[in-house]
Design a binder for this molecule. Sequence first.
Ligand SMILES: [Zn+2]
Ligand SMILES: [Zn+2]
Length: 247
Amino acid sequence: MATSEEEKRKEIARRYREKNRDRIRQKERERYHSNLEESRKKARSRTKKWYDNNQEEIREKAREKYHEDIEKSREESRKRYAKNPEKYRETQNKRNALHRDEINKRSREKRKNDPKVKEREAKYRKIYTEKNKEFLKERQKSPEYKKTRISRQREVKLEVFTEYSKRLSKSKKPCCNCCGENSHVEFLTIDHIEGRENLSTEEKDLKGKKLYYWLKNNSFPDGYQVLCWNCNSAKGLFGKCPHLSSK
Ligand SMILES: [Zn+2]
Ligand SMILES: [Zn+2]
């Protein structure tokens, strides 16, 4: 059989290599050093190729190793970071920009489940704001910052309206939960279903974008709905939208 022939040949080659290991290594070393520049280049590209082909496996191994002794690993990465903070910060910023939503979700969950984390973050934020007062003031004035802030606010608003419309009106598009108005999100607002009186003090003072952020950060609690301005004012003035009495 061809395979057993092949196996035989392989076996012979293996034995030969084993017997002459030192001599082969010596030869390889000589070849490597005869054109060091070229050899190094080749070795580098081989390593890179190997890394590219085994990325998942390598990452998994690294993760395992990191968690074997987490305190030690943390200490080591702290040391690495201290040596070259600029470089690490740049990588982190890139990574954060790429996975912003996922990262925010995870830290929100952590904050919710562990009061210690919440406390620590609040403390850190206070120190940071105090330390960078001038910088933050300047940054808020910059047009780029304003642009990002506004587009982020729009994103959050849309997310909140979409979530409540999906849940209460079974609509993929943000719409009024009374009359179905859905032509423009500008015609819509968030309504406290049972009125403001029953809300906690924290919620009572929330309006507009602050309310949208709060709803998102609190995983869209019950008790809110999307209404158009018409239905909302009618409900406020007459206790109930006329759409409901004509039904
Ligand atoms: Zn309406
Ligand atoms: Zn209505």
